[in-house]
Write a protein that binds this ligand. Structure first.
Ligand SMILES: NC(=O)c1ccc[n+]([C@@H]2O[C@H](COP(=O)([O-])OP(=O)(O)OC[C@H]3O[C@@H](n4cnc5c(N)ncnc54)[C@H](O)[C@@H]3O)[C@@H](O)[C@H]2O)c1
Length: 436
């Protein structure tokens, strides 16, 4: 099996692959519809905040979705990232780049306030693909500015962030602004077919769900002496828990999203977790753990179990297992195999799709009023909070109820974003680290 490295969405997909997407044909202009806070012309202007691997891929998918989308602005904390994204997009789009890429020098914004400058332009849609720490504030600003949004998962790293997101998504609904989130498995046709069977009762009463996200470590950047501590942490953002939320929040949240989907997005009552840091070495690996094991308790005695790790030279797996009164289900994530055994066995046999492209196809259909209105806001926050409560339980060693997690006042990260010194926080120790 292919070794997982920079993968996130799974199914043999590496971060590099997000770029590939489906080569959707450029379709002719479509007629304008008045949707959302502002009238949408035939040409929809897209802005990108966070010019990394996923942001570049998502921008390409936005431009390739049916309709006439153009990229008119980009923003990042680093100038080199803006330029690299534009170069990669130009190479990827080939002949259509001249039409689709319209980002002049004045619309390449750099710095911590770059997103505000981008939102002040006349874009219709913004793609938010920075490290998740920044998501709640950027999402709020985007909806306040009347923009439709594609935002990557996870949508927060702490409970204050999650509460802010919930407020924002309610405003988005009032303003009829479309909002699609990068919990990509919900846009995978094979998963949709599997969950249709699950929710129609083919497994009977699902008593337990078990998921794994056992992967290899993510890449790191060695310190460059010219970097400030802030730059060092940002260039290694997955490894600092204020930026990523830790790997259970940043990566394994995909599995917890499938757990949430299983139980109809109802929150669990509580969870208990173990976790630690055994095999991360070097300052660039920051202060995150490298393994977690979590047990969630749901109403009616149902249980969900999750295991994740990022360690080199260890067994990898990204699977989901359901245990029901009439049968069991398995999704082998990286082999892309879906089976149900028991009273009425079932196996997915149809074609697959490009789930990353599907996200954008449905977003732009929603914006143009050519498909159902999309607002992933509430469930994307629930899925994110499952991972945050798991981290809280592992860091503190305490049983964490859903209500307690949601009410947490712990805000990760500095009060101000500025280039310069930034104390790196210690690695949390269960039994000593306090719940806040
Ligand atoms: N859905 C999926 O399958 C999937 C896959 C990969 C990543 N992701 C998610 O996408 C997001 C980005 O991940 P990535 O792999 O592209 O990381 P990346 O490091 O490649 O890109 C992040 C970019 O954001 C920029 N950035 C950091 N702080 C910023 C700020 N305050 N303002 C503007 N720009 C800022 C960085 O400089 C970088 O260019 C993360 O939330 C990650 O979890 C999702």
């Amino acid at each position: 099996m292919r070794q997982r490295n920079e993968s996130d969405g799974g199914a043999g997909v590496t971060r590099r692959d997000f770029f590939l997407g489906s080569a959707a044909a450029m379709t002719p202009l479509v007629l304008a519809r008045r949707v959302g806070a502002a009238p949408i012309d035939d040409v929809i202007k897209v802005g990108l905040v966070g010019c990394g691997g996923r942001g570049t891929g998502a921008a390409a998918q936005a431009l390739q979705a049916p309709g006439n989308q153009v990229l008119t602005a980009v923003a990042d904390v680093f100038a080199d990232k803006c330029e690299r994204t534009l170069k990669n997009l130009a190479a990827h789009l080939g002949e259509s780049a001249a039409d689709r890429l319209r980002v002049d020098e004045a619309h390449r914004f750099v710095g911590f306030d770059a997103y505000e400058k981008l939102l002040a332009t006349d874009i219709d849609v913004v793609v938010l693909a920075t490290p998740p720490h920044f998501r709640p504030a950027m999402l709020k600003a985007a909806i306040e500015a009347g923009k439709h949004v594609f935002c990557e998962k996870p949508v927060a790293v702490d409970a204050p962030g999650a509460r802010s997101v919930l407020e924002t998504v309610a405003v988005a609904r009032e303003k009829k602004l479309s909002l699609v989130c990068g919990f990509c498995w919900r846009y995978n046709v094979k998963h949709r077919a599997f969950y249709e069977q699950l929710h129609a009762g083919r497994l009977g009463d699902v008593r337990a769900f078990y998921s794994t996200y056992n992967a290899s470590p993510l890449r790191t950047s060695k310190r460059d002496p010219s970097w400030s501590e802030m730059e060092f942490q940002l260039r290694n953002w997955q490894h600092f828990n204020w930026l990523s939320g830790d790997h259970v929040v940043e990566q394994a949240v995909h599995s917890l999203d499938k757990q949430a989907w299983t139980f109809g997005d109802a929150p669990p009552e509580s969870c208990v977790a173990v976790g630690g840091r055994q095999a991360r070495f070097g300052e660039e690996t920051g202060n995150i753990y490298d393994h977690f094991g979590v047990t969630f308790d749901y109403a009616g005695g149902k249980k969900a179990f999750h295991m994740c790790r990022q360690m080199a030279n260890c067994a990898t797996e990204n699977n989901d297992y359901w245990y029901g009164s009439k049968g069991n289900g398995v999704i082998n994530g990286w082999a892309n195999r879906f089976t149900i055994d028991g009273e009425t066995p079932w196996e997915y046999e149809g074609e697959g799709n490009d789930m990353y492209q599907q996200e954008h196809d449905e977003l732009f259909q929603s914006i143009r009023g050519e498909g159902p209105y999309k607002n992933d806001g509430v469930w994307m926050t629930t899925s994110t909070m499952l991972a945050i409560m798991a981290r809280m339980a592992a860091y503190t060693g305490q049983v964490i109820t859903w209500d307690r997690a949601m009410a947490s006042e712990e805000r990760l990260g500095p009060d101000r974003y500025e280039w310069g010194d930034l104390a790196a926080k210690d690695v949390p120790v269960p039994g000593r680290t306090k719940f806040v």
